[in-house]
Each structure stands twice: as C-alpha cells, then as structure tokens.
Design a protein around this ligand. Structure first.
Ligand code: SAM
Ligand code: SF4
Length: 329
C-alpha cells in the first residue's frame, strides 16, 4: 500500500490527463502565456492505464479521479475509462471537468464505466461566468451538467470558487439553483495555486464567510465530523435535508491529517500533495523498461516522503512551481 511516515494510507488517486484547457479561470490560469507540455512529454493512454493498474492491483488504490487541465480535451478519455473500469479490483471512477463538451460524451462515459462527475461552475450568471473564465461558454456548462445528470453520473457535484468582488454574494442563489436542479454544491476556498501567483490570503473568501452568507437564506445543520472522514468537504444539511451543501476549506481548515490522496501529473510525476514542491518521476521508469514491481516501489518511496501538511500556514510557504492546471486539481 501507499503508506507515509505519519501512518496515512493513500487510496485515492488523482490522474491529470492534460495540462491544457479551453477556459482561462482567473484563479487558475493567466489569460495567455502559459506554456503547455509537449506531446512526447505526456503519458500515452497505455502508460496511464498501466500506472492505474499498478496503483489498483499492487498499491491499494480504490478510487481514481481523472482531472487536468480539462480532461474532456483528452481524445482517448472514453477508452481510458473503459480500460480502468475493467481492472480487478474495480476502482471507483470519477471525473472533474469544466463541463464543456460533456453534453456530447456523458452517455459514452457512463457506458464506459464512469461512476460520477464533478463539474466546476462558479456562477449562474453568464456575464459573471465570462468575467471569471474569460470565455462565453456558460450555456455549454449548463447543458453538460444536465447531460451528466440524465446519463446517471450521479450524484453530480458542482465545485464553486468564490472570488472577492466578483461572485462572492452569489452563494445563496447558486445553492437554490443547485438544489432545484438536483446537483450537490460544494464551495472550494481559493488556494494559492494560480499560475500568475495572484492569490492573497487577506482578501480570499473563507469557509466562514461562505457559511455566513448561506445562513442568511438557509438553515444549515452539520452532518457531523465523524462522517467527514478523509473527504475534504465538510457537509451541511440544508433546511433539514435531504439537500446538502459542502465546503472545502483547504486554507482555513486543512484536512491534511486525514489525507488519502496520491497524484499523478499528465507527464507521469507522482506528487504527494497539491502543495508539494517535490515530484517523483515514473515516466522515466516506464520508458526505460522498468517492471511493475520497480514502478510500484518508486511510488511507495515517493509517498513515504509525504509531508505532514500543506505548509500553507508556515510564513516561509512557497507556492509550487506547477500551477493547479498542470498538477491536476
Ligand atoms: N478543468 C477541470 C475543472 O475546472 O473542473 C479540472 C481541473 S481544475 C484545476 C479542478 C478544480 O480545481 C476545479 O473545480 C477548479 O475550480 C479548482 N481550482 C482551480 N484553481 C483553483 C484555486 N486556485 N483554488 C481553488 N480551487 C481551484
Ligand atoms: Fe481550466 Fe479547470 Fe483551470 Fe478553469 S479551473 S482554467 S476550467 S483547468
């Protein structure tokens, strides 16, 4: 298994399928100027499936989430999902996407064996959407969400980031709309992972701010700490349930002690944490003919070196070189 020196066991693998994206969310990417990984640097579909197989059969991974960049831009996505769904033991499979193009591919992904999707949507207002993502694609995302729900990729979860002076007042409207549409909304605190290093702690919208804003319209009852487990979202029942809302307070209430994540970048580097500054190269091992056992052993060694926490609270915190889009959020 993937054990670290603090006794944590990683069972949840995040795989980035590409660092590219068709949106330019201000909290993630600059408008232009970000350079992409060259094609030969990216893992091939076969290499991805092999690493997922090693993770699942040799290293105890039980859940695999495909992400990016925008994973729907990966041409072989449906085939990758299908081959991962055929593994024994079969991992739970999910996808984090901006939803653009999901309308066309949701049914095929479901048939291939995908269990669930998380779609990122920060606003129900098309103008605000354009301001945040720098693209006019709000309608595509709404249609993608509906297609995922109709295809049975449920519960469909929505990830929303609130930005000061942009959509910070929208939390209650977004929640009303999500409940009406049968999506499960989760707010994510903005983290210092943008390529342009523009994050500022003093101005970020905190979990406390979000809950205060939601409570102006809804009654929120905590679901209970014990149910949180290693899930990063703390969840509340809305107006007595069954609707829920989650808040992922990675900055103000980090969940590092219970972290069960391991990450693979699109170019085959293991990262033990979103905020890690070290990476371990598995692509080199793959391409130099290493056996499964050697790759598994490198992965275990990488996880053994996982740090206790994100280091965000340390005054000496330095943002990782790779932005979120290149790590795989
Ligand atoms: N493109 C896909 C998407 O947007 O869902 C997948 C990759 S994206 C990096 C994964 C998640 O990270 C999204 O929900 C996005 O909102 C979130 N994200 C990106 N930058 C962030 C930041 N600086 N702080 C918090 N969340 C961020
Ligand atoms: Fe693209 Fe997702 Fe980053 Fe937005 S958050 S720019 S959709 S990778």
């Amino acid at each position: 298994m993937l054990l670290d020196t603090f006794g944590r066991i990683a069972t949840d693998l995040r795989v980035s399928l590409t660092d590219r994206c068709n949106l330019r969310c201000t909290y993630c990417m600059p408008e232009e100027g970000l350079s992409w990984l060259a094609k030969p640097e990216l893992l091939t579909d076969d290499e991805i499936v092999r690493l997922v197989r090693i993770a699942v059969t040799d290293l105890g991974v039980t859940e695999v989430r495909f992400t990016g960049g925008e994973p729907l831009l990966r041409p072989g996505l449906v085939g990758i999902v299908e081959r991962c769904a055929a593994l024994t033991p079969r991992p739970k499979l999910s996808l984090t996407t901006n939803g653009i193009g999901l309308e066309r591919v949701a049914g095929a992904l479901r048939e291939a064996g995908l269990d669930r999707v998380n779609v990122s949507l920060d606003t129900i207002d098309p103008e605000t959407f354009q301001r945040i993502t720098r693209r006019r694609r709000h309608g595509d995302v709404l249609r993608g969400l509906a297609a995922a729900r109709d295809a049975g990729l449920t519960p469909v979860k929505i990830n929303a980031v609130l930005l000061p002076g942009v959509n910070e007042a929208e939390a209650p409207d977004l929640l009303s709309w999500a409940i009406e549409q049968r999506y499960e909304l989760r707010f994510i605190e903005q983290m210092p992972l943008d390529a342009q290093h523009g994050w500022q702690r003093d101005s970020m919208i905190t979990a406390g701010d979000i809950l205060r804003s939601l409570r102006t319209r809804f009654t929120l009852t905590p679901e209970g700490e014990e149910e949180r487990g290693s899930a990063p979202a703390e969840r509340w029942l809305v107006d007595g349930g069954p609707a829920r809302v989650g808040v992922i307070a990675s900055v103000t209430r980090p969940f590092c002690r219970a972290c069960d994540r391991t990450r693979l970048t699109a170019d085959g580097q293991v990262r033990t944490c979103l905020f890690a500054r070290e990476e371990s190269d598995l692509r080199g091992a793959l391409r130099s003919g290493a056996a499964d056992a050697e790759i598994a052993s490198r992965w275990r060694a990488a996880m053994w070196g996982k740090k206790a926490g994100s280091g965000l609270d340390d005054p000496a915190f330095v943002q990782p070189q790779r932005p979120m889009s290149a790590i795989g959020g």
